[in-house]
Write a protein that binds this ligand. Structure first.
Ligand SMILES: Cc1cc2nc3c(=O)[nH]c(=O)nc-3n(C[C@H](O)[C@H](O)[C@H](O)COP(=O)(O)OP(=O)(O)OC[C@H]3O[C@@H](n4cnc5c(N)ncnc54)[C@H](O)[C@@H]3O)c2cc1C
Length: 313
C-alpha cells in the first residue's frame, strides 16, 4: 500500500508527534514502561529534532553587488517563503552557475529546483545543511547498525563504561509486545539482567576496594572516572542487545537521505526502520523541498517504509 504525501502530518500526529516551543521543531516521544520489579523499558523509538540551520544571506549583498549585474536583487526574492536550509542550499547551488540574475529559478520554484538537484545527483550542494537529533528507545543492536553509517554523520552515544544502574533502560521489540508469552519472557529477562548487572557491579566494587590490581586506575589525573569505568566496563558484559543506547545523531541532507533510504526501506530491521521513519517524518514536515519526494509504504508487517525516485543523490 502506498500512502500519499499528505499523510506525513497525519502519521506524525498518530505517532504522538508535537513541536518544540522555541523553533517549532518536530519531535516524537516514546513512553517509558516498567516491569512489576520496576525495571524501565521502552516499546518505541523516540526522536527529537534539535537543530536545523539558521541562515542569514544578507551578508552576501556586497559580494553580489560587486558584479554590477543587479545580482543583489537575489536577496529580495519574495515569490514564496522557503526554509533557511533551502535558502542556503539554493544559494550554494546557484553560486556554482552564478545564477543570481533575473532569469534564475526563483523561490516559488524551489521544489522544482531541488528535484532537479536530486535528479542530477548534485548532492554536494545540500551537504551544507545539517541537522541534529536526539534518538532514544533504540537497542544497542540497532544503534550498532546506525553507526555503521560514517560519511557525513556524527554521533555521541551514552557510555556503557561510565553510566549504568539507575539510568539502565531496556527496549522491547514489537514482535514480543503483542504476544503474552514473549512479553512475559522479555520482562523476566530484563529484570534478571538488571539484577545480575547490579550484583556484578557490587562484587566488582568490593574487589576494587580490596585493592585488586586489575580494578586499579592507571592514571592519577582522572582516577575517579577511571575507577568507575573499571567497574562498569566489566559489568556491562551481561547486558544484552535489548539495552537502550540513546545517542545524538547529526547528519547533513545528503547523508541523512542515504541513511533514510537504507534504513527506512523494506529490507531494514523493523526497529531501525521505525526510528528512521520517525526521523523522516520530522524532516519531511519542516523541510518539504528537501525531503518531500519520498513515498510512504505500509509494509506487510504493518510497519512503515519509504522510497524515492531520487535515490542516493
Ligand atoms: C538491510 C541491510 C543489511 C545489512 N547487512 C549487513 C551485514 O550482514 N554485515 C555487515 O557487515 N553489514 C551489513 N549492513 C551494513 C552495510 O553493509 C553498510 O555498512 C551500512 O549500511 C553503511 O552504509 P554505507 O556503506 O552506505 O556507509 P555510509 O557511511 O553511509 O556511506 C555513504 C556512502 O559513501 C560511500 N562510501 C562510504 N565509505 C566508503 C569507502 N570506504 N570507500 C568508498 N566509498 C565509500 C558509499 O557510496 C556509501 O554508500 C547491512 C545494511 C543494511 C541496510
Amino acid at each position: 500500500v502506498t500512502e500519499t504525501r499528505q499523510d506525513v502530518q497525519a502519521l506524525f500526529e498518530k505517532l504522538g508527534g508535537r513541536f518544540s516551543d522555541k523553533f517549532h521543531y518536530p519531535m516524537i516521544h516514546a513512553a517509558v514502561h516498567r516491569t512489576a520489579r520496576r525495571t524501565p523499558y521502552l516499546k518505541d523509538p523516540g526522536v527529537v529534532l534539535l537543530k536545523t540551520p539558521r541562515v542569514d544571506l544578507s551578508g552576501t549583498r556586497e559580494f553580489l553587488a560587486g558584479y554590477d549585474q543587479g545580482f543583489e536583487n537575489y536577496l529580495d526574492d519574495n515569490t514564496a517563503p522557503i526554509t533557511d536550509s533551502e535558502a542556503l542550499a539554493k544559494f550554494a547551488g546557484q553560486l556554482c552557475y552564478m545564477s543570481f540574475g533575473e532569469n534564475r529559478t526563483k523561490n516559488a520554484d524551489a521544489a522544482r529546483y531541488f528535484d532537479n538537484i536530486k535528479e542530477q545527483r548534485h548532492g554536494s550542494v545540500v551537504e551544507h545543511v545539517d541537522y541534529s537529533f536526539l534518538i532514544y528507545g533504540l537497542g544497542r543492536d540497532q544503534t550498532h547498525e546506525l553507526v555503521r553509517h560514517r560519511v557525513g554523520m556524527g554521533y555521541s552515544q551514552q557510555s556503557q563504561r561510565y553510566v549504568g544502574g539507575p539510568v539502565l533502560r531496556f527496549v522491547e521489540r514489537n514482535e514480543y509486545e503483542s504476544d503474552p508469552e514473549l512479553h512475559a519472557r522479555f520482562e523476566d529477562y530484563i529484570d534478571n539482567t538488571a539484577a545480575e548487572y547490579e550484583l556484578r557491579t557490587e562484587l566488582l566494587v568490593k574487589r576494587q576496594l580490596a585493592g585488586d590490581p586489575s580494578m586499579a586506575a592507571n592514571s592519577d589525573s582522572h582516577a575517579r572516572t577511571e575507577l568507575r569505568k573499571k567497574v562498569r566496563q566489566a559489568a556491562r558484559s551481561v547486558l544484552t542487545n535489548e539495552v537502550e543506547a540513546p545517542l545524538i545523531v547529526s547528519m547533513n541532507v545528503r547523508s541523512g537521505r542515504h541513511v533514510i533510504e537504507m534504513r527506512a526501506a523494506a529490507a531494514a530491521d523493523t526497529a531501525i526502520r521505525e526510528t528512521m521513519f520517525r526521523v523522516y517524518l520530522c524532516l519531511a514536515l519542516c523541510e518539504p523541498n528537501l525531503f518531500g519526494d519520498y513515498e510512504i509504504d505500509v509494509l506487510r508487517d504493518l510497519s512503515h517504509g519509504v522510497r524515492t525516485r531520487f535515490s542516493k543523490i
